[in-house]
Design a binder for this molecule. Structure first.
Ligand code: CTP
Ligand code: CA
Length: 228
């Protein structure tokens, strides 16, 4: 078969993309997860690869078709995603698009929890590691460009700016995930605000593939220039 040429402005650059939800097992049949489809992250991985980048896509369970020519690493839990992401380093750019489950059950059992044995009325939770924050705050070998996502409702820009300051990533792609006709969560389209050191820009509503191409081209431009 025929693979598209992989030469472009990102040739020689390594990129990590996290995508999809993570799932956190409660017992062999139950889990905690979220509504992420993986679409936006897969599209970003594809767009960066099309510019020539060497892309590792670390993904939670997703039914999206894996883009050709990327190193695909499938994981389930946040802890597995953290480990697989660290293994993909060093990179020039990390794009943390995954909707990582914030919490996991404190105790995972390999035996099904049964109603007649007290069931599941109380589920103690433990906070998961934060991949974006960990990579953003690396003392040695930090990627030049670390990009986070912020899916918010209500004060989207305010929450996203606070998140960027808290995690110390370089850029944040913020989007409104209020339920509705064109909801980004699981949907095909996205309206995003890109927040960089230069301020914020609201992009018009477009397909997730177009968001990905636009973001990839901005990444390529930035990595071509002098160190941030
Ligand atoms: N993220 C991550 N690891 C986590 C949680 C989040 O890498 N354990 C990343 C996401 O991939 C995203 C960014 O952090 O790029 C923001 O995720 P979000 O869920 O919006 O932020 P939280 O800090 O978890 O805050 P909250 O869910 O309370 O809004
Ligand atoms: Ca979260």
């Amino acid at each position: 078969y025929f693979l598209k040429s992989t030469r472009g402005p990102m040739t020689g650059k390594r990129v990590l993309v996290t995508a999809g939800p993570t799932v956190e097992a409660i017992d062999p049949v139950r889990y905690i997860a979220n509504r992420s489809s993986g679409k936006q992250g897969y599209a970003i991985a594809a767009a960066l690869r099309n510019l020539g980048a060497d892309v590792t896509l670390v993904t939670g369970p997703s039914s999206e078709k894996p883009p050709a020519g990327v190193n695909l690493v499938r994981v389930e839990s946040a802890r597995q995603m953290m480990a697989a992401s660290e293994k993909a380093l060093p990179v020039d750019c990390a794009v943390c698009c995954a909707a990582v489950a914030d919490y996991r059950p404190s105790i995972e059992t390999d035996r099904k929890i049964k109603k007649e044995r007290g069931g599941l009325t109380d589920l103690p939770l433990t906070e998961n590691p934060d991949i974006l924050k960990t990579i953003s705050q690396m003392k040695e070998g930090r990627p030049r460009l670390v990009i986070g996502f912020a899916a918010e409702t209500d004060d989207v820009l305010g929450h996203a700016e606070a998140k960027m300051a808290r995690k110390k990533c370089d850029w944040i792609v913020a989007n409104d995930v209020s339920p509705g006709e064109h909801c980004a969560m699981g949907g095909e389209r996205n309206t995003v605000i890109l927040i960089t050191e230069k301020g914020d820009e609201t992009w018009p509503e477009m397909s997730k593939a177009d968001v990905a191409r636009e973001l990839a081209s901005r990444i390529a431009q930035t990595l071509r220039g002098p160190t941030l």
